[in-house]
Each structure stands twice: as C-alpha cells, then as structure tokens.
Design a binder for this molecule. Sequence first.
Ligand code: IPM
Ligand code: MG
Length: 370
Amino acid sequence: MKEYKIAALAGDGIGPEVMQEAIRVLRAVEKAFGLPFAITEAPVGWAGIDAAGKALPDATLALCKASDSILFGSVGLPDRDPTIPKEERPERAALLRIRKEFGLFANLRPVQLPKALSHACPLRPERQGDGIDVLVVRELTGGMYFGQPKKTETLSEGVQRAIDTMVYTTPEIERIAHVAFRAARLRRKKVTSIDKANVLENGILWREVVTRIGKQYPDVALEHMFVDNGAMQLMLRPTQFDVMLCENMFGDILSDEAAALAGSLGMLPSASLGTTSGEQTFGFYEPAGGTAPDIAGKNLANPIAQILSTSLLLRYSFGQNEAAAAIDRAVAEVIASGLRTGDIYSPADATARKVGTLEMGTAIAAAIRR
Ligand code: IPM
Ligand code: MG
C-alpha cells in the first residue's frame, strides 16, 4: 500500500503542543484504519530561524516538496526581534511563501458551532437558529497580499507613501469560484459571493466572473453581497450563509469574524489547496488561530483545530473520507462527554470538565474507531 507522506511543521507558540496531539490522533487513525502514514517533523517560523537561520529552512522546504501534504501549526511571535526585516519574518518568509510556492489558491475555513458549545458563541441563542454552519472559501494567492507594486517610498523629508495593489485576473477568479460552487453542492447549495463592486474595479470583475461561472451550477443558488453588509449579516443572521466566497483580504477578515461565532478560534481547522493531480490534491492544513504566545507551553491550548485539520487533510488530500469522519466523530464525542479546554469552558455547564491540551488530545485519540 502506498505510504502517505505528511510533513508536520509545528512552528511557534502553541504550535508544538497542539501538533503533538494531532500526531497522536493520526497514529490512532493509522492503527484503526491500517493507513500507512510517514510523518516527518521539521522546524518553521522562529523555530526555523533558531534552528537554521531562516523562517523556512531549505531542508524544511525540501521536505515539503517531497511530501504529499503539509500539516502546519502556526508561526509568528510579534514580540520577537523587531530588527529582523519584514521580508524575513515568519508570516511572509514562511506562511505566504509556502502559499505562493505551492500554488495554494483555495483556502477553506469551515465554521461550525456545535450545540453543546452554544454558550461560547457571542450571539444570543435565538440568533444561532438550529446551529451555525458556514464555509468560508477564501482566495489565497492573489489580491492585495501579493499584488505589485507593493512598497513604501519616501516622497520628501518626513513624508512616506505605502502602496499595496489589489489585482485579480479572470482565471484566478474562475478557479476559486469553481471551488466554492463544488463545495456548495456537497452542502446546502448556496453561495454568497462577497465583493465591493460599488467601489472597486476588482469587485466589478469579481461579480461578473462569479455570475458567469455560477451558470454552470444551476442547482446552486448564488447571491452577491457587499463586504461591509456581509460583515454585518454574519452578526445579525449567520444562519443565512452556507458558502461565503471571498477574495484574499475580505476572506481574511470575514473568516476571523465567522470564527468568533464558533465560540473559539481553537476549534477551527483550515485547508489550503492547490491543483489536483491524479487522485491526490497537494494541501496545506492548519488551525485558523495563531501562535497564542500568552498561553504557549502551559498545556492550556485547545488542540481541536489542529486535530480537525488532520481530518481535512485525510479528506481533501487523500480521499480517506471514513478516516476523516472517524476524527470528526471522536471530537464530537469527547465534546459531548463534557471535556473542555479553557477557551470553551463554562462553569455554568455542570457536566463540563476543564482539561489541558494533553488530556484533550489523548481523549480524542482514544475515541478513534473504525
Ligand atoms: C491567516 C492569517 C495570515 C493571513 C497572516 C498570519 C499572514 O491571518 O491565515 O488568516 O493574513 O493570511
Ligand atoms: Mg487571518
């Protein structure tokens, strides 16, 4: 049987401790399903700078290239060494570099609020309806993040000018639109496309192209929404959304907003996908949250986002839907049993028991079965 090669890059902050739990769960899946995983760990982020002088060490990049998919933790510690130039800092030199290098243009961020965590949602229960379940599909390699020119220049003594360029081409919009419509077909068959067509040229083109691609998916309902209204609607009536299709910057912002609805960033996995070859899609899987330096190394972090990222990995990169479902089920079971890390704990819930990163991961691994 073919081995599945996974590069595990834990990174900084809470990355290493949540990664350890995700690997524990993968090992349990390996046993239960007889899937051969070749998991190789390598440093990235500040850990890469410390180990090899670079946020993305050459050996780590080589490992990624030799792997079928990347399981990523998180990188970036805002308080570390402000003298290192921005181009060499982990956010740009590791994360954005990997996105571009591997052509990971489609970022999927599923936001779900389990009933048992209703208390952790900032919205009143009546606004939560029968539960919140939104998939943010974010374009990840275009727009303002990568557009050129991108620079800060000095106009005159004491006057500088910063320039970022928002740019999209038709093919870039087409391919992410296809991802959104295909994802909607597997869900509630609705796409809300987000843009700023009332102000931006990019918004006008985005809307035109998405509308045209939408005609190929007559079974999927398409609506368009300005981004400012989208931000508001997420707070007022999040249950109206199924798939939200966004360009890079809007998707960055709205996915954090949507994440807040799920009670904690610690619950949210994400998948970044490139093109498919044969049966496999090269993918990059990471928790939507950051390095959380304030709680790092204290056995306080919620490992569920990292663990659910392995479920997305098995599903999207390897087509192992049953194994992925086993992980989702194990997480749901453990939550239903009352185990809670601090971020999702409520003393008002009499059945809840507060646990650390290690205990949460161990319980989920123990709940994996075929
Ligand atoms: C995200 C993060 C990154 C982004 C940062 C860390 C560069 O916020 O993955 O959403 O803006 O894309
Ligand atoms: Mg973000």
